[in-house]
Design a protein around this ligand. Sequence first.
Ligand SMILES: C[S@@+](CC[C@H](N)C(=O)[O-])C[C@H]1O[C@@H](n2cnc3c(N)ncnc32)[C@H](O)[C@@H]1O
Length: 225
Amino acid sequence: MRMILPMNRPVNRTYKLRGSRITKAQELAFDKNWEKYQVDLTKPLLINALFPKLQSTILEIGSGMGEATAEIAEQFPETGFVAVEMHKPGLGALLMEIEKRELQNLRMIQEDAQVILQEFIPENSIDAVHLFFPDPWPKLRHRKRRIVQSDFVELLASRLKNNGYVQIATDWKEYADWIQKVFAGCERFNGGVIERPNWRPISKFEGKGLRKGHQVTDLKFVKVK
Ligand SMILES: C[S@@+](CC[C@H](N)C(=O)[O-])C[C@H]1O[C@@H](n2cnc3c(N)ncnc32)[C@H](O)[C@@H]1O
């Protein structure tokens, strides 16, 4: 069951409204396993209590079709992952991967990650945030819809534990520069461009960008204050 979220839903709609075209298999996976793997938002969300036996918890914002999410979760069974995504077919696809790979360390939320961070996640409580290929909103007039904005970066700083980090990848060079600039404006983070981590698989979205000749930039920012 999903909670009816409050009126203070953020005005910044950072995702694209897509059709809810869902395959039969994704729908079946939803019917079968959504209740089991969704995070219950009708109670206070104690994110670390979701995986009491695991060492740390990472929040992934915008898991898309979930193939990279599932692969990373499989590589790191000692870490708990919470995937936040608006798009139901993507969550259905991720449920299929969870079942196929028999993952025990993944839960999911269908909501706007900004709302989840603001309303449901306690301060100083998450170990890391993954933000892989956030919608780049390349047109000048749409840049205000980018999820990486000063307010959002401050929100991330408040929810991360000390020494927690945000790991980002984008295939839009100008967004990579933007991200660096916005984080540089927040004295609670240190970091910048890093080499591509060898554990980060190529998602379908990234693959499309690479085929178009896009340059992929990985970035990491550590909370220092
Ligand atoms: C370009 S896709 C990338 C998906 C995936 N990370 C990958 O690498 O293939 C960006 C995803 O972020 C999701 N998204 C954007 N804003 C979001 C938000 N505020 N909360 C949750 N998901 C969001 C979109 O629905 C979309 O699926």
